[in-house]
Design a protein around this ligand. Structure first.
Ligand code: GLU
Length: 402
């Protein structure tokens, strides 16, 4: 039969489906079937997209913005990205140095497709966001995982990066605030990484998706603050999904050297052509309209974050670094590994997350998906009532292990 003999591409066998999206789908299916599931899995703001942004999307449809747009995105939106980068950071970009993509994720996919040849290595600090290594593999490159330590609040460690760098290093990914740890890299460490990147000619890919969700003072430290010289070999990756609760609109943007952006446009012209036109107009309203939404969201997250970290830390054997950004907590549950429930051994984060789902009706993402099996990720982009209820269930579930 066709289904048995037909051979799929080798590249598909090299990567898993996105585990964050898979757990979310499972949680939603269980909930639809009547289970009382508390969903802490996928990371997306629980607030609706601001009304003025939705209105802009609707107006765009009524105005007939329902056709192809230029491959890199509508000029107004690219200009708005340049204006934002100039106003907020003082960085100069021209619209031709910007690409609008179908979400930040798609922008990252385009970057790797545009820069990697077989044998090229990409340094990825671990714990990492689930999609980085598969995207590198799908582009024919080699992911090189650079371990970060809980004891150092998951800050990037230049000495460790140096140990993993080789003559084949083509790029490094920085994600600060980080998904899943919530870590914010220190300026001192970034300055050292900048030196290495300049010396090695690496492309720096700075995934700034969570920049608006920073719980420290002032702006998030950024590698381009550490060394502005690096702008010529850095691609900024960002989007409106997290900052304006627009995950379903699928609008991301990249800003970087013209050579790389042009190559990414070639890839985009042969794949998605352009992101959905009405979504681009909605994103334009987000970037050019009132900017109070991200601040309100951050304030709402602050109390949830404090409650979550405090409650987790109060459980015997659990330790949790307080996230300095994003909306995830990443507690270490390894003290519970080796314990049993109904004869079944909890031998790692996958078994623990399965146990949380089946016995406590709590959906989480196992740390193994982020390259860190001692941990389990919870998103706190959900109501405080859900978090309170969830904590009770987690405490009970852990207490029931023997
Ligand atoms: N970045 C979010 C998460 O980690 C969205 C899902 C995804 O694309 O992985 O949950």
């Amino acid at each position: 039969m066709f289904s048995e003999q037909f051979v799929l591409a080798d590249r598909v066998l090299k990567v898993p489906s996105s585990p964050t999206l898979a757990v979310d789908a499972k949680a939603k299916a269980l909930r639809a079937a009547g289970a009382d599931i508390l969903n802490f899995s996928v990371g997306e703001p629980d607030m609706p997209t601001p009304a003025h942004v939705c209105e802009a999307g609707k107006r765009a449809i009524d105005a007939g913005h329902t056709r192809y747009t230029p491959v890199p995105g509508i000029p107004e939106l690219r200009e708005a990205v340049c204006a934002k980068l100039k106003k907020e950071q003082g960085w100069e970009y021209q619209p031709e140095d910007v690409q609008i993509s179908c979400g930040g994720k798609h922008g990252l996919y385009n970057i790797f497709q545009a820069i990697l040849n077989p044998g090229d290595e990409v340094l990825i600090p671990a714990p990492y966001w689930v999609s980085y290594p598969p995207m590198v593999l799908l582009a024919g490159g080699t992911p090189v995982l650079v371990p970060l330590q809980q004891e150092r609040q998951f800050d990037i460690d230049p000495a460790v990066v140096a140990r993993y760098a080789t003559s084949r290093t083509k790029a490094i990914i920085l994600n600060s605030p980080s998904n899943p740890t919530g870590a914010v890299y220190s300026l001192a460490a970034l300055a050292e990484i900048a030196k290495m990147a300049l010396a090695g000619g690496w492309l720096v890919i700075s995934d700034d998706m969570y920049e608006e969700l920073f719980y420290g003072e002032g702006k998030v430290p950024h590698i381009l603050h550490a060394d502005p010289q690096l702008q010529g070999q850095t691609v900024l990756s960002n989007g409106v999904s997290k900052s304006f609760a627009m995950t379903g609109w699928r609008i991301g943007y990249s800003a970087g050297p013209g050579k790389v952006i042009k190559a990414m446009n070639k890839i985009q012209s042969q794949s998605s052509s352009n992101p959905a036109a009405p979504s681009q107009y909605a994103a334009l309203a987000a970037l050019t309209g009132p900017q109070d939404f991200p601040r309100q969201m951050r304030e709402a997250f602050l109390s949830r974050r404090a409650y979550f970290v405090e409650s987790l830390e109060s459980i015997a054997g659990v330790s949790c670094v307080a996230p300095m950004g994003a909306f995830y907590v990443f507690p270490n549950f390894s003290a519970y590994y080796g314990k049993r429930f109904s004869g079944k051994v909890i031998d790692g984060s996958v078994a623990l997350a399965d146990y949380f789902l089946s016995e406590a009706q709590i959906a989480t993402v196992p740390g193994a998906a982020f390259g860190a099996d001692d941990f389990v990720r919870f998103s706190f982009a959900t109501s405080i009532t859900t978090i309170e209820k969830g904590m009770e269930r987690i405490k009970r579930a852990l207490a029931a292990l023997q």
